[in-house]
Write a protein that binds this ligand. Structure first.
Ligand code: B12
Length: 460
């Protein structure tokens, strides 16, 4: 069968970092790999990377039997819109939907324009699904909700199966994928789950409890095949397993693989293996995204972090000493006072991570925080776009919402435009990317400025 796989465009209303970073549609590349293995013809279209998106053109020229959409929380309305458009162009086309948000809230896609909602993806269930579409049968499939069965399912779901992505499927777009100053870059996932239990994090819930690691030999072989020089390792914490990291480095050295890596790493993982960072840096690990989260131990405790402020400081120093940048991520707590914002600013000046990003606290319903903040929510749980980690979604307790946005803006400007960050960016990234980075904030800035100066649309 012919399958058209689509990543939708982002709505302008979503507060997003898309201009600063967006990468290959890894999930769709995995689906493409499965379908091609099973003998189907696939065309992958990335509307996030296309300036002129034209669904009709692709449907008319490729003539797909099936159109499959991937979806994050920020994409639901676009997916439903594109599904409707697809059916209106040709009602015989079968529409399927999958992706991270489908795993979380499959019911958000139960629509007359969607035929199958795929909660979990494995070779087995994709085979069963494609056969069902081809033969027009209607038996139940694990992890799949079908319109024919009124989206009812009696079979419990499972976890996604690892599949080596079909990176060629997104070949046409690969030069556009950028991660802060690194462009073009590739993304790889080498493990699922995490050993930490941070209270705000949904990844453990999505990727299953415990840590599951792919054989590092397979990972290095996959890296060796990548055309891109920059590689983002998107595991929750790539730095957990000491033996595995040593084997990773041995293999990179044996095979003389020279690339630049950005990975997520937790503070406890960094502190445990200080001695390894020189070698990691020599082999290309040049930035670690570290969840530093806050400036007081009390907040760190609320987030159930396995590190305290002192640990955070030591971890940043270890990275700096070895020429590795800390890309620190922080949470904006709704109970911040004006004084807290000031202290936060001072703390960042003292800590000096090379790059800083903030996310308002999101009490996702999959986390214990939901219960705690349920009565203070600004947007309901099903206002999905607002739950994409860009907007403040819990009413601040110490100031108005408008004032809170103003304080965030006052914190964000010096946090991003300070000597340490500017020096780092200009010595690490090409000039063109630095210009891109400067203007990449405009979407977020616009939202914040609008909320401050024209708060009419803000909830009371
Ligand atoms: C890497 C990453 C990024 C990177 C790159 C993303 C990209 N490709 O552009 C960057 C940093 C740029 C990024 C940005 C954003 N991200 Co992000 N990101 C991730 C991360 C760490 C990994 C995603 C990934 O590639 N996973 C591996 C692939 C293989 O998994 P997958 O996509 O789920 O696909 C599997 C199945 O879902 C299925 N599938 C997927 N599509 C389809 C389609 C069909 C038809 C079928 C049948 C199956 C299927 O097949 C795959 C099989 O394993 C996740 C955390 C996580 N665990 O997912 C967060 C995550 C997905 N991001 C998140 C968010 C919110 C964002 C932003 C929207 C934030 C913002 N406000 O700007 C932006 C979006 C900008 C953009 N690019 O669109 C949230 C999503 C929450 C949600 N409920 O949707 C997550 C879960 C992180 C979190 N906060 O917990 N992100």
């Amino acid at each position: 069968m012919k399958v058209l796989l689509i990543r939708p465009h982002l709505n302008k209303t979503v507060t997003t970092i898309k201009k600063l970073m967006f990468g290959e549609p890894l999930g769709l590349e995995c689906v493409s790999a499965i379908l091609k293995e099973q003998g189907h013809e696939v065309l992958l279209v990335d509307f996030l990377a296309e300036s002129k998106r034209n669904l009709r053109k692709y449907i008319k020229s490729f003539k797909p039997d099936v159109v499959g959409f991937t979806s994050q929380c920020s994409d639901i309305s676009n997916v439903l819109y594109l599904a409707e458009k697809t059916k209106k162009i040709n009602h015989k086309i079968t529409v399927i939907v999958g992706g991270i948000q489908v795993t979380i809230t499959p019911e958000a896609y139960f629509s007359r324009y969607v035929d199958y909602v795929v909660k979990t993806t494995t070779r087995e269930n994709m085979k069963a699904l494609m056969e069902q579409i081809e033969k027009d049968t209607d038996e139940e499939i694990m992890g799949v909700f079908s319109k024919k069965r009124q989206f009812q399912s009696t079979i419990s779901s499972c976890e996604n199966e690892y599949v080596k992505p079909d990176r060629d499927a997104a070949k046409k777009y690969r030069h556009k994928y950028k991660y802060a100053g690194y462009q073009p870059y590739a993304t790889i996932q080498t493990s699922y789950g995490c050993r930490n239990h941070c209270s705000f994090c949904i990844r453990r819930k999505l990727e299953g409890p415990g840590l599951k690691e792919r054989p590092i030999e397979d990972v290095v072989a996959e890296i060796e095949e990548l055309k891109e020089d920059y590689v983002m390792i998107c595991d929750s914490d790539f730095l957990i397993n000491e033996k595995r990291l040593i084997r990773f480095l041995d293999l990179l050295e044996e095979r003389k693989i020279k690339k630049t890596y950005i990975c997520y790493g937790s503070v406890n993982s960094i502190l445990e293996k200080e001695y390894l960072f020189k070698r990691l840096s020599e082999n290309g690990v040049k930035a670690v995204i570290v969840g530093l989260e806050s400036f007081t131990d009390a907040f760190l405790k609320e987030y159930n972090k396995s590190a305290n402020l002192d640990d955070n400081y030591k971890a940043v120093r270890i990275l700096k000493k070895n020429g590795i940048a800390t890309w620190g991520t922080f949470i904006l707590h709704p109970d911040f006072s004006k004084e807290d914002f000031k202290t936060f600013k001072k703390y960042l000046k003292f800590l000096k991570p090379e790059l800083i990003s903030f996310t308002p606290l999101v009490p996702h319903f999959l986390t214990p925080l939901y219960k705690q903040y349920k009565d203070r929510l600004i947007y309901p749980r099903d206002d999905y776009e607002k739950w994409s980690f860009g907007d403040v979604i819990i009413y601040p307790s110490k100031m108005s919402l408008r004032r809170y946005y103003f304080e965030v803006l006052k914190l964000g400007i010096p946090a991003n435009f300070n000597w340490c960050t500017i020096k780092y960016c200009f010595t690490t990234f090409p000039v063109k990317r630095n210009i891109g980075l400067m203007f990449g904030f405009d979407q977020i800035l616009k939202v914040y400025i609008k909320n401050i100066f024209n708060p009419k649309k803000l909830p009371e």
